[in-house]
Design a protein around this ligand. Structure first.
Ligand code: G3P
Length: 217
């Protein structure tokens, strides 16, 4: 399972990269705004800065919602750095643009996936990744993990190459459940990733090992 971090915060990206487990980064306009990154030039430079920290793919989201706009913006983002993957919303114009990008060899991440039908369409159009939003479905009392499971079955039935990038991860159990289902990638906050480190018996065990070692000095 690949681990992506879902943030535009450079310090957190560096921390995950230094941990040695980071395979990529996802961003979205809300995450860029949260870091105070405004204006086209600053946003573009920030994507390059992220690419220079991480070894893997970096999703950069388009703002346009019409086919021509998505294509122009996506081509410009893809030209920024070889690690950039163009993030395109699951709308009709977005599906058309994903097919266009796929034919041109530009990689895409189809975002805002909330149903198996949307995931099927995105794969048919040739999306490299799809991002089902697990946490946002859970937020409205709908089983987000069930959606990931449905998409896994559909993609396996037809051997689609599109990778399932489980997004809107909120806590470590989301990561573990997605791994059990077979999501190809998870993208989540640093807090959910580092929470995987923790177990009280590890802390107790280490404390005892160190105490016993000290006794033998
Ligand atoms: O980047 C897309 C997705 O991960 C958003 O997550 O927490 O805003 O629902 P969240």
């Amino acid at each position: 399972m690949k681990f992506f971090i879902d943030t535009a915060n450079l310090d957190q990206i560096k921390e995950a990269q230094n941990l040695g487990i980071l395979d990529g980064v996802t961003t979205n306009p809300s995450l860029m705004a949260k870091e105070g990154i405004h204006g086209e030039d600053r946003v573009r430079q920030h994507y390059v800065d992220i690419c220079e920290i991480v070894d893997g793919d970096v999703s950069a989201e388009v703002i346009s919602t019409d086919f021509e706009g998505i294509v122009t913006e996506g081509e410009s983002l893809a030209a920024l750095h070889e690690q950039i993957v163009v993030k395109v919303p699951m709308i009709k114009e977005g599906v058309k643009a994903i097919k266009y990008f796929s034919d041109k060899g530009i990689r895409t991440n189809c975002t805002l996936i909330f149903s198996a039908g949307q995931a099927l369409l995105a794969a048919k159009a040739g999306a490299s990744y799809i991002s089902p939003f697990l946490g946002r479905l859970d937020d409205i009392s709908t089983d987000g993990l069930n959606l990931i499971e449905e998409i896994r079955t559909i993609y396996d039935n037809y051997l689609f190459d599109t990778e399932i990038l489980a997004a809107s991860i909120r806590h470590p159990m989301h990561i573990i459940d997605c791994a059990k289902i077979g999501a190809d990638i998870m993208t989540g906050p640093l807090s959910a990733i580092t929470a995987l480190l923790n177990h009280p018996l590890t802390d107790i065990g280490l404390e005892k090992f160190l105490a016993d070692h000290a006794k033998n000095k």
